[in-house]
Design a protein around this ligand. Sequence first.
Ligand SMILES: Cc1cc2nc3c(=O)[nH]c(=O)nc-3n(C[C@H](O)[C@H](O)[C@H](O)COP(=O)(O)O)c2cc1C
Length: 304
Amino acid sequence: MKRVLIIYYSQSGDVTRAVESLTKCLKTPEIQLSWECIKPKADYPYPWSLYKFFDVFPECINGEHPEIFPPKFNHNYTFDLVIIAYQVWFLAPSLPIQGFLKSEYAKVLQNTKIITLVVSRNMWHSASETMKKMIAEVGGIHIDNVVVTHQGPPLATFITTPWSLLTGRKNRLLGALPPAGVKDEDIDALSIFGERIANHLTKTDCSHHSMLAGLGTVEVNQRYIIPELIGRVIYHPWAKIARFFGQQGSWSRLPIICLFAVHLLFAIPIVLIVSNLIQFLFAPLIHKKIASYVELLKSPISVG
Ligand SMILES: Cc1cc2nc3c(=O)[nH]c(=O)nc-3n(C[C@H](O)[C@H](O)[C@H](O)COP(=O)(O)O)c2cc1C
């Protein structure tokens, strides 16, 4: 009997649907599945209010995670595989998932094979790198990463994702834009990876190698590498300053959070234009660096 622990957190159901599809083929008599939905002690009500949405930004970037309620999985078990399914919040793993990884309960990951499943609008690079580091810090063996992004053209998701986060609705906005969230076909396609995982688990060999190699579980859109890197650089000072003015939920930091939100409205188009210019003007100079960063993003192992 192989034991698999599935750790996840989900608000709109995107992450839940994705991890359910990924693990559908693991429901066999030879595999015992334990599901663990992370419950943070802090409240992140969904749909979000506009202010609450921006107010979690400093903590996401600074890694100031909430405490979590004790998980119910059996702490005496050693698992053959742990699957961590999470979403991106402000270029970082969501706060509840950071809360789990920084808690005493993350000991379960030590010397254990881990597959991550990351769901986001489409900017997941930094979060994925942060996740690799957190897994390494707790002694986990990160063997594979699976990336799922929202449907529709990336520019349209700048409207559809915030719309769904603030209203809780995923319908076609104005009848013209694509629905928000992950496409059903992309969710269904994850079950192919699950088949491969099930095959590997039921084999006796217990190597620490990838189970999903060659299946294209991570597709990197190079156009988002520079915007994400710039975004990460811009976010850090804002997060530090906002935190200086107070904790999450405190009135003292309301002006700075509002200023950050307004600044984003202008920063996003400027960053996109600057990134395109850098890519166009310096293509021959940065080509090699971008290619090696793509390889890093595709690998579950973090460097440095
Ligand atoms: C506070 C917050 C911040 C977010 N920041 C990002 C981001 O930086 N990059 C991104 O691609 N998606 C971002 N998203 C979108 C979520 O990752 C996406 O909606 C995901 O599908 C949510 O999954 P869930 O509804 O199952 O929790 C953010 C969502 C929230 C709520």
